[in-house]
Design a protein around this ligand. Structure first.
Ligand code: 9UX
Length: 72
């Protein structure tokens, strides 16, 4: 099954940050789509449930240099 969740992302200061995070996410096995919004500081990620969980996605974003947090 797939899930689509929104994460809060801190630390993005220019439009290239958006592209960086999206491409890092899309390289991961299990990520179906990733849409990052600089203005709202949110990342909407669609992923395969059995391959990734929220903690994995937060860790992947952290490795790219940004602080993500769980959706409410
Ligand atoms: Mo822009 Mo983002 O120079 O890490 S790419 S701030």
């Amino acid at each position: 099954a797939t899930k689509e969740k929104e994460f809060a992302v801190e630390g993005m200061t220019c439009a290239s940050c958006v592209n960086r995070i999206e491409s890092v996410l899309l390289k991961e096995q299990g990520v179906i789509s990733a849409s990052v919004n600089l203005a709202t500081e949110k990342a909407k990620i669609k992923y395969v449930d059995g391959l990734l969980n929220e903690e994995d996605l937060i860790r992947i974003i952290a490795k790219a240099g940004y602080k993500a947090s769980r959706p409410k």
